[in-house]
Design a binder for this molecule. Structure first.
Ligand code: LMR
Length: 396
């Protein structure tokens, strides 16, 4: 039977990471997969995570099963981060959360919920978007449509195109929005634009579906949730897939959540019961450790304050790298205007480099980035900036 199986192509992001690991040239630079690197080039374990792990090691006294939806304290911690600690929505019972294996797991559970329970057949995604959105939604049987998002001329948001395309959404279609730090472009709507987007979604009776994987990497943990919070004030039903891979540096622990905001507490409870049925049939119940780390930190005000500082430090390092990159290209005599890179948010920017240029960077300079020209700015370093900028100047 297995002779019928052909070899699948490598994943455009994680496959590239494998290729990078196998790269033997010592000058290699990885701007592919979205992981944060510190000044030493390492992806560090946050100090608050280490502290939470020490506490868990001492207090944990059983490895018995978690409940299907994960721990109640984790769900509450997620909701407070997303909606604000004093959100009346949380107190109303209209919000329910289930732990999920990473943001991808949450997206897939949400997609299954849509097709199996909500009668959603179509999901709208931005053009461009994170490549895996297509795979996850197609695997769940959703039809995928795209809305305009990135203006290649201005390197900013094509808000007119976006609103016009969202005006074509049919009642009951889901519309995927990136909560902040759009992947791959680094371009986010302003709060006024979130207001416009919300009005169109409301008018079209769409189901807003947020992918929120970079909270804290844009302007701040609270600030980055402004668009989402506006949306849930105006629209009674929203689904959020969130992740702690980046802002807690818990990439390999696969810690995420699916959160549903419903019109009533009873409806929210019914939806959660169906989410549990889906989870039980896919992976039964979630892994414990990463979620326990997150809730240990977020339940302790002192650890929470320290975590906010750690997120702020990661954010400001990325901002510094953005500026250093723009300055570095100028110093190499690049006349093309790259100042937009310093304005964009989060880990990623669309460099504007084409496929051939990306390939040359890899072949000639051992610099790896995704074929679309997406760069993980958080993978740069001040030490290697000159080498990187020289190489880019050479291929431009
Ligand atoms: C990325 O976009 O690089 C990250 O979200 C990692 C992934 O799973 O693709």
């Amino acid at each position: 039977m297995f002779e019928r199986v052909s070899v699948a192509p490598a994943d455009p992001i994680l496959g590239l990471n494998e290729a990078f690991k196998a790269e033997t040239r010592p000058e290699k630079i990885n701007l592919g997969v979205g992981v944060f690197k510190d000044a030493g080039g390492n992806t560090p374990i946050l100090e608050t995570v280490k502290e939470a792990e020490r506490r868990l090691l001492n207090s944990e006294n059983s490895k018995s099963y978690s409940s299907i939806e994960g721990a109640a304290e984790y769900a509450l911690a997620v909701q407070k981060l997303l909606l604000g600690a004093t959100s009346p929505l949380i107190a109303s019972g209209r919000v329910k959360t289930a732990q999920a294996p990473g943001g991808t797991g949450a997206l897939r559970i949400a997609a299954e919920l849509m097709t199996r329970q909500l009668g959603v057949t179509t999901v709208w995604i931005s053009e461009p978007t994170w490549g895996n959105h297509n795979s996850v939604f197609a695997a769940a049987g959703l039809t995928i449509k795209t809305y305009r998002y990135f203006d290649a001329e201005t390197k900013g948001l094509d808000i007119d195109g976006m609103l016009a395309d969202l005006g074509q959404v049919q009642p009951g279609d889901a519309v995927l929005l990136h909560g902040c730090c759009h992947n791959p472009t680094g371009v986010d709507p302003t709060i006024a634009q979130w207001g416009q987007i919300t009005q169109v979604l409301k008018q079209q009776q769409a189901l807003p579906f947020l992918d929120f994987a970079y909270q804290g990497f844009g302007e701040g943990v609270e600030e980055d949730a402004a668009g989402l919070r506006l949306l849930v004030e105006q629209i009674p039903e929203v689904i959020i897939a969130s992740s702690f891979s980046k802002n807690f540096g818990l990439y390999n622990e696969r810690v995420g959540a699916i959160t549903v905001v419903a019109a009533t507490a009873d409806e929210a409870a019914a939806v959660l019961s169906q989410v549990k049925v889906l989870i039980r049939a896919i992976y039964s119940n979630p892994p414990f450790h990463g979620a326990a780390v997150v809730s240990t930190i977020l339940q302790d005000p002192e650890l929470t304050a320290r975590w906010h500082q750690e997120v702020a430090a990661m954010r400001s390092r990325i901002l510094d790298l953005r500026q250093a990159f723009v300055d570095g290209l100028k110093a190499q005599g690049v006349s093309q205007d790259f100042s937009f890179i310093a304005q964009q948010k989060g880990m990623f920017s669309f460099s504007g480099l084409n496929k051939e240029q990306v390939q040359r960077l890899r072949d000639e300079y051992a610099i790896y980035m995704v074929g679309s020209g997406r760069m993980n700015v958080a993978g740069m370093s001040t030490e290697r900036m000159e080498y990187l900028c020289k190489a880019i100047a050479a291929v431009l």
